[in-house]
Every structure is written in structure tokens, then in C-alpha cells.
Design a binder for this molecule. Sequence first.
Ligand SMILES: Nc1ncnc2c1ncn2[C@@H]1O[C@H](COP(=O)(O)OP(=O)(O)O)[C@@H](O)[C@H]1O
Ligand SMILES: [Mg+2]
Length: 399
Amino acid sequence: MILRINIGAFVLTDAVREAVNSLTQDRLFLRSSVAVQDGGMQAALEFLSQRSTPELLIIETTAEDDALFNELNALADVCQPGTRVVLIGAENDINLFKTLLEQGVSQYFLRTVSGEELKTAILDAFADKSMKAKSRTIAFTGMRGGVGSSVLAHNVASELAELYDEDVIIVDLDIPYGTAALSYNLQPNQTIADAIAQAGSIDEMMLTRFMESGGKNVSLLCAPGNLNSGIEITPHALEAVLNIVKQMASYVILDIPHMWNAWVQDMVVDADDTVIVGIPDLYNLRDGKNLVEFLAPNRGLEAPTRVILNRVGELKQGALTEKEFNDVLGMAPALSIPFDGDAFATAMNNGEMLKKVAKKSDAAHCIETLAKMVSGKESASQLAKEKTGGGLLASLFKK
Ligand SMILES: Nc1ncnc2c1ncn2[C@@H]1O[C@H](COP(=O)(O)OP(=O)(O)O)[C@@H](O)[C@H]1O
Ligand SMILES: [Mg+2]
């Protein structure tokens, strides 16, 4: 989740200033603006009498009793209605606390506040904007184009739907070139472009009409897959569409095109699980390193980022090893999927999943393992056993 809000903080003490500044390190606030000024309430009143109000005010004050209420009245005069206020004050009085909440103050902290407390208070204050999704969002992206990020996204989606008997929605974000419809042998009448075009008024009913079925438990918001849609994704429109999609299924699989812009960054930062697919060569190593370095500080520990090597064994020369990726990326590849030209080509030509055309293949087995990894349901130790199960894969790498 990413909050897109303007925050204005008016502080008196270093501790509160630090707490506010710590927000900028959190991926939740990646797209928020945070401005901190000294001077507490007085500075806030002065500033707001001349400027438009930020959506959230964090204000420190030492005023008590009537003086405090006078300040709050003055504040109400200069604030736009609907502004959320977090107050850090000096007075320890439960009745005061209640009155403040009634007056529209979102949260009151006594004397000081920590970064974590501030974050929780802001999440509460913007609970409507930060609707807790019922789904787990998994973003698939390639270190470079053509590495298999899309085909893995689609296969993992079908695998999750089958393994856990849960609803899965695939969102193909590659408007001109997306292949999700081809993977499922569909000719969509309506697509993600329609959803983006109507993002301002989108709801579940409308989205259901724009979706196609990809078999039991799987729905797709396909891409037009042509050059004529005239639609470009914007961060706001995409957020509006995804907020609804995330209420509609247990898993949302984002098939992200190989581009680098604001909404792509939002998607890979914000997903519950981000899967970075690459093939084991030097270009992928460089671009994978850049991606991992971008993501590491922006994603919390609770949000896994995984590197997957794909098409392993295809390159006869110049192939790099898992260890080389580990050394450069500072992260061991979670899985290496072998190159299997026949199986993937048949699946592509039939518009079927790999499991359907090559059930016993190592690649199909890897896809199942990957689905379990990103499901959020399996224990790490169980997965470690599965990963090292195949002798063939191990032999592909000269360790
Ligand atoms: N492990 C693999 N073995 C053989 N072919 C693969 C493998 N993984 C992907 N492919 C093929 O690579 C091509 C590119 O895959 P795609 O998913 O469109 O890449 P991306 O989304 O990263 O651009 C497709 O033809 C796909 O079938
Ligand atoms: Mg793709």
C-alpha cells in the first residue's frame, strides 16, 4: 500500500522532528510529500493563513486548557474542512483527549511521539484511503524484456487458483504488447484500457464486465495487445482500478511490462510479493542489480522480493551462475527454472498452461514451487526442500 498525501509538520522538539522525518524512509509514504518546519502551533497558524492546507497536519504544542482550545479554534479557521490533524501536546487529561477527538483531531499524543506511533495514527486517520485489501498482490517484472516474466505470471496465477482453490485475477499492464489473453487463448472484447479510461467511476460491476475467464477461479483483465487503444496508464487511474480489483479476489497477479516510470515503480514497491525474473547473463545481472538496489530500501522486510532465474541452460556461452547473481545482487536467486523450448512453445501455440502440455517437466514443477513461494501460505523450510529437490537443475549450474 502507498499513501499519496501531503503532510505538513510543525514541530518544537528534535524527537518529534525525527519521528516525522522517519516517515520519509517508509515505503508507505514513497508518494507522499512531507514538509517539516519549526515553531509548533504558532508557525502552523501563520503558515496556514497564507497557504492551502496539507491533507494531514502534525502539530506540536505546549498550550494547555483554554489556551489549547483557543489555538484549535484558530486552527479550524485557517484549515480547509476535512484536514486531518495529529496533535502532540503537553496536557495529560482523558477528557481533553475525548474532546479533541470530537473536535476532529485524529490522534493526540502526550509530549512526544515515535515514528511507529505516528505511522499507525496516520494509517488510522486515512483508513478510508488505505482500504485493507482482502487479497495478496504479486507483481511480476523482468530484469529485461523477453525473459519470461509474463509467462511465469500467468502460469503461477493458474497454479495458485488450482493449488489453493482461491480466486485469482491477472491484470495485464502491458497495454500495447500484453500476452495474457494469448496465454489463455482469449479474444477479449473489453480490456484494462476500458477500466483505465473509466477509472473515475469504476466499480466492481463494471470491472466484472471487463474481465475474461481463464478457467476455474481465474479471471483476467487483459491488455488490448494492439497499438490503437490510445490509453496510457497513469498512477492515479491505475490505483483506482486496483483498489477495486483487490477487493475481488484472494490473489491479484500483476503482469508488469519492461518499462521504468512512476506507476511501474509504485507497483513493484507496493506489491505484497515482487518477483523479478531474469535470464543468467550479464545484461540481466546489471539490470537486476539496479532493480534490487532500488527495491531494497523501499520495501519492508515483511514484503518479500524474489529473484528468479529463467531459461537456465539455454545459453551455451556466457551464462552466469547462481553464485555470481548472489554475489552481485546480495540476494540468492530463489529459484532457477530450466530452459524448455518445446514445452513453452507448445503452451504458447495452444494458448494453454505449461502444466497442461508438459505436466511432468521440471519447468512445470518449478512453477508449482514458485506458486507456493508467493502464496504466503507455505513455510520456508518446506519450500527449501522442494527447491533443492531436482538433481537436474543443480547440475545445470557449475557451482
Ligand atoms: N523456461 C523457459 N524455457 C523456454 N522458453 C521460455 C521459458 N520461459 C519463457 N519462455 C518463453 O520466452 C518468451 C518470452 O516470455 P515472456 O513471458 O513474454 O517474457 P517477458 O514478459 O519477460 O517479456 C515466450 O515465448 C516464452 O514462452
Ligand atoms: Mg511481459
